[in-house]
Unconditional design. Sequence first.
Length: 170
Amino acid sequence: MLSSLTKELQEQIRDLYSAEVQLVKALPKVAKAATTASLREAFEGHLEETKTHVTRLEKVAELLEIKPTGKTCKAMEGLIAEGKEAIGEEGDETVIDVALIAAAQRIEHYEIAAYGTARAIAEHLGRKDVAKILQQSLNEEGAADKKLTAISEGEVLAAAALADAPPPRR
């Protein structure tokens, strides 16, 4: 029952916690599937950040005097399922890396929206302590999205475009 803004914030935190815990399990598989070294390193680095996000959300839950568990983020389940489809594809490795980046950026955009909403609610409720913690993770999610864009535009898309090039004439 969402009878107050405080209860909505609590639900947002539980949803984020579920999302981040799911990602901790999924990211190693995504990193392993990436063939571009910089992409693999980005996924491995973001795994460590995601573990930190879980710890921060546990701290937020403690500050709000709630348990962070008890909710399943269905949106993250779906986004991870899309990423699994990319992992299972056969074909040009760099094109698969493009698909992995696309799936990862969808996840980042979801997290950016979720952290931004939770932070705004916390600020409105005067919970600057909670808002500050959420902002840290929001900043890292934004940086991860920008890093994925840089990897995509800087190397992966150009390499993947070669799969579309016609064979050389003889």
